[in-house]
Design a protein around this ligand. Structure first.
Ligand code: ATP
Ligand code: MG
Length: 360
């Protein structure tokens, strides 16, 4: 009963643009899930870290902020990005400033075609596209290494150095094998560009082949990233789990989200698989200032992220229940504009809450 059910402490960072709208919706759905299931309690603490506070104080995260964040079981994040702040400042100032020290090295992005939604691909229906993309989230092309010299001169020269360490590549590909192993198809595609990039990418291939021996029940294949984009469009059915570098998986996962119908439904988990730090869960989309404040943002990507958060905290049944309720609401035609419907954020949120209450 209630007294001996676990309590999870969740940090909420709505941040910018539609981030504030979708997190409000996500918290409402999670509270409903907790009440209806009667099997766990949730405590929420809000953090108002955003581009607005950055513009006021010069800091995204106040002194001691990360220490505070550590005491939570998980973090629910909205979106960061503001027209008044360059994107590389806001991204490094808030999102990566949490991912990196918290060693959230595995970025997990499930994608599928929901009942009631449509893929832009011909002949791609519910069930034909059901993927998980695992993105390296700690180094690679986004390691922040490099520099600029002779600024502004015609001979200005920049380096953008990718870092690939065996330790980080191995822990990530191992996590990908473990993820593939838990899925019905048990199939992993290792994506690289090891024909043109002859150091780090070749090591990826070698590490993958070594690890494949430890997971004989997982079918593995290798693919160059350019060929992979074609395969995603032409043979979505042939794909199950994908593992790729920070840059490659960033691009592939936007493609995946579009092929599944909308960027508005896709979730992301930034996981520290060692569980030494809280993991962070967020919709894949950005702050989308073009639709901010209008009440039309699709909250489904945040609901799915919330479901994956509950799964990570050990509440598998509640996570599956939430996914089912979201899909029922989409299946009934209650869709936001990005999915071709006319419902607003609040309508979809209330419909999912009703569905949750009905289901228990
Ligand atoms: P970022 O710079 O972080 O990528 P962004 O502001 O460019 O953020 P994206 O998330 O990349 O926004 O989204 C691109 C466009 O897709 C938005 O401008 C918006 O019109 C639409 N979009 C994104 N998320 C949603 C959503 N949740 N619901 C409805 N439409 C969305
Ligand atoms: Mg964008």
């Amino acid at each position: 009963a209630v007294s001996d059910s676990p309590t999870y402490s969740i940090a909420c960072i709505p941040a910018d643009g539609i981030g504030t709208e979708v997190i409000e919706a996500g918290v409402k759905v999670l509270k409903t899930l907790s009440e209806a299931s009667n099997s766990f309690q949730l405590e929420f603490e809000d953090y108002d870290w955003s581009s607005a506070t950055f513009l006021e104080t010069g800091k995204y995260i106040p002194d001691g902020g990360l220490e505070n964040l550590k005491k939570h079981n998980a973090i629910l994040f909205g979106a960061v990005g503001d027209p008044k702040v360059p994107d590389h400042i806001s991204l490094w100032g808030l999102r990566l400033a949490i991912c990196q020290p918290f060693q959230q090295y595995a970025n997990v992005r499930p994608t599928k075609v929901f009942r009631g939604t449509k893929s832009p691909l011909r002949n791609c229906n519910t069930g034909d596209l059901d993927w998980v993309i695992i993105r390296e989230n700690s180094e690679g092309e986004y390691a922040g290494q490099g520099g600029r010299s002779h600024r502004g001169f015609p001979w200005e020269t920049c380096t953008e150095v990718s870092i690939f360490t065996r330790h980080c590549v191995e822990r990530l590909i191992r996590f990908a094998f473990e993820t593939a192993q838990k899925r019905p198809k048990k199939h992993l595609t290792v994506v690289t560009k090891s024909n043109a990039m002859r150091n780090g990418m070749v090591m990826w291939d070698e590490v993958a082949l070594e690890l494949a021996k430890e997971f004989p029940d997982v079918k593995m294949d290798k693919m160059l990233v350019d060929a992979m984009t074609c395969r995603m469009v032409l043979q979505p059915n042939s794909i199950d789990t994908i593992v790729a570098t920070n840059l490659h998986a960033d691009i592939l996962s936007d493609l995946a989200a579009a092929l599944a119908g909308s960027i508005g439904i896709a979730p992301t988990s930034n996981l520290d698989p060692t569980r030494q730090h809280p993991s962070m869960f967020e919709p894949i989309h950005g702050s989308a200032f073009d639709i901010a404040g209008k009440g039309v943002a699709n909250p489904v990507g945040t609901f799915w992220s919330a479901a994956e958060m509950m799964r990570w905290l050990g509440e598998e049944a509640a996570a599956d229940r939430l996914l089912e309720c979201m899909e029922n609401v989409c299946g009934a035609g209650m869709l936001t504009r990005d999915l071709g419907g006319s419902a607003g954020t609040e309508e979809v949120t209330n419909a999912v809450c009703d569905e949750i209450r009905k289901s228990y």
